[in-house]
Design a binder for this molecule. Structure first.
Ligand code: ATP
Length: 238
């Protein structure tokens, strides 16, 4: 059984249909990229899984449980962590305070201390600067902070909305290298919204292409980028 299975979900915002019977599956330890043009419904898909928006129809299973319509904090407790688009850090709080916000409901101080050490092991720059205000970090460092904050909840799956947005290519390489290390060393499952299909193919994994709220194409990221079908589906011709 897949760790995450989304089946035929539809989401509307008023009159606008953002998702039409969209389905995806993600197995434990794999990487699934979601790509597609602006407005295709990629963020809405993540929000529906996270419980931020409620599908009008369809099923979502995560870690063996039906989660569609459940509260975001219940879904998070099952091991789902989301990094929304926009890298929101609390600029007036220190880096460590920002990380501690990611522990959610967990009161176990020893566990929190262990998780902090693990995040610092993954992102040493955050440890070096832990007492500084988060507002002074560069864009790439802020991306690491929000990913670190999502890791503080000890997730099985981390969903990230456009991690490369606005970052320099070298920094994007670093962020992806870290994600792949986490996947391979801890079996973390990755669900990543990424506008750049090329970037997805460089990283490797499966990819779905969304268009107009639907999953239009699915396959191995490297194979899809080599072929013509991706371009056709992306731009809607053919
Ligand atoms: P982008 O890459 O631009 O973020 P996306 O593929 O993530 O696009 P969504 O953000 O999921 O797409 O948006 C899908 C559609 O739903 C778009 O037409 C968008 O304008 C609309 N939409 C998104 N959020 C809302 C909202 N809160 N209220 C109304 N319409 C919305």
């Amino acid at each position: 059984m897949s760790l995450l299975a989304v089946e035929n979900i539809s989401v509307r915002y008023g009159q606008l249909t953002a998702l039409r019977k969209a389905s995806i599956k993600v197995d434990e330890g794999e990487t699934l990229f979601v790509t597609g043009p602006n407005g295709a419904g990629k963020s809405t898909l993540l929000k529906a899984i996270a419980g931020v928006v409620t599908p009008r129809e369809g099923f979502i299973q995560f870690a063996g449980q039906h989660i569609a319509g459940r509260a975001p904090e219940d879904i998070a407790r099952l091991g789902f962590s989301m990094v929304p688009e926009g890298r929101e850090v609390f600029g007036g709080l220190t880096i460590e305070e920002n990380l501690r916000l990611g522990t959610g409901m967990r009161a176990d101080k020893d566990q929190v201390a262990k998780d902090l050490e693990q995040v610092y092991a993954v992102f040493p720059i955050l440890k070096d600067r832990k007492d500084q205000q988060a507002g002074v970090l560069s864009g790439g460092q802020q991306q690491m902070l929000v990913i670190g904050r999502a890791l503080m909840a000890g997730p099985r799956l981390i969903a990230i909305d456009e991690p490369s947005l606005g970052l320099a290519p070298k920094v994007i390489d670093d962020v992806y290298a870290t994600l792949i290390r986490l996947r391979d060393s801890r079996g973390l499952t990755l669900l990543i919204v990424e506008q750049s299909a090329t970037r997805a193919s460089l990283t490797g994994g499966r990819m779905v292409l969304m268009r107009s709220g639907e999953v239009a194409l699915e396959g191995d990221a490297r194979e899809l980028v080599k072929g013509e079908a991706l371009r056709q589906a992306y731009f809607g011709y053919g």
